[in-house]
Design a protein around this ligand. Structure first.
Ligand code: HEC
Length: 271
């Protein structure tokens, strides 16, 4: 129970009693008061359909009370009949007659005017990859494969740097519009996209995956998302159509190099 609402209603009814209010005002006050009590008086909200049923019963009860004796009938309906028949009330009566359909129309308008919201689709941000993909006629194993240029980091650091630099060029020619200058997923196009471009600077995305996973996502893009990645409305392009295989491996080397992070180690693949 909401005690404040209850006390306010009691106060209003007591005040009306002291003012010796007209019976019609009384009936109106009871009707509105019960509505307010049902609508706001309880902490657990009452369904609107239940409230309308109660209000129907309350309306009948009040009408039964008002018509239960000749005096009351005269006190309530007398003014109403006079209002509708006496000449001096004509302008006000006309306004009332117009106001009733106008209020009904306004009510319908307000009810119809609910903001339209798109339905909510849950989607997996990093869906599970297939075990193997074919990119530009090459079969690449996601589970047991590796970035073919990663080994150069140890064996030939100069050659490795060349690949990273090539990856930098690829990134700033193709990716930063969406993924951002500093890989933060906030490129100039990002604001128009839903889902938003991946933020590689968040500290966790890059180390959580292997390079072959990202190779899959870069080469196949949004169109290559599996079912759990649906709806397939991501703007990530399928870069296999625009970049060479080497460029896609290089840009992935660049992502890790820029963030100073390492890919997740390969798990033993049992066959
Ligand atoms: C037109 C905007 C756009 C461009 C350009 C773009 N991307 Fe994306 N990219 C996205 C969006 C949006 C996502 C997130 C939705 C998704 O996973 O498909 C994404 C996701 C990715 C993912 C998946 C990350 C994950 O954790 O699953 C990788 C990797 C990626 N982008 C790399 C790149 C690279 C590399 C380039 C440049 C060669 C590039 N992107 C260019 C929009 C873009």
């Amino acid at each position: 129970m909401n005690i404040t609402v209850l006390l306010a209603l009691i106060a209003v009814l007591v005040a009306l009693r002291f003012m010796k209010a007209h019976l019609l005002l009384w009936a109106g006050a009871w009707w509105v008061g019960i509505y307010v009590l049902l609508r706001f008086g309880f902490r657990v909200p009452i369904p609107a359909s239940v409230i309308s049923i109660y209000m129907g019963i309350v309306t009948l009860a009040i009408l039964a009370y008002l018509s239960s004796s000749d005096e009351r009938r005269e006190e309530v309906f007398g003014p109403l009949v006079r209002f509708m028949t006496e000449r001096r009330h004509t302008p006000f009566l006309a306004v009332t007659v117009l106001a009733i359909p106008a209020l009904a129309a306004a009510n319908v308008y307000v009810q119809m005017n609910v903001a339209i919201e798109p339905p909510f689709f849950p989607r997996t941000i990093h869906p599970a990859s297939p075990t193997e993909i074919t990119v530009q006629d090459q079969r690449i194993s996601i589970d047991s494969g590796d970035n073919p240029y990663r080994a150069l980091e140890q064996s030939n650091p100069d050659e490795f740097r060349k690949h990273v630099e090539n990856g930098r060029r690829v990134y700033y020619q193709n990716c930063f519009f969406c993924h951002g200058d500093n890989l933060g997923g906030n490129g100039m196009y990002a604001h128009a996209l839903n889902p938003i471009p991946t933020n590689f600077a968040d500290g966790t995305t890059l180390p959580s995956f292997r390079e072959t996973f990202f190779f899959w996502r870069v080469s196949k893009g949004g169109p290559g998302m599996p079912e759990e990645g649906a709806p397939w409305d991501t703007a990530m392009p399928a870069w296999e159509k625009m970049l060479k295989e080497e460029e896609m491996w290089d840009v992935i080397l660049f992502l890790y190099d820029f963030m100073g992070q390492r890919p997740r180690a390969r798990e033993e693949v049992h066959q």
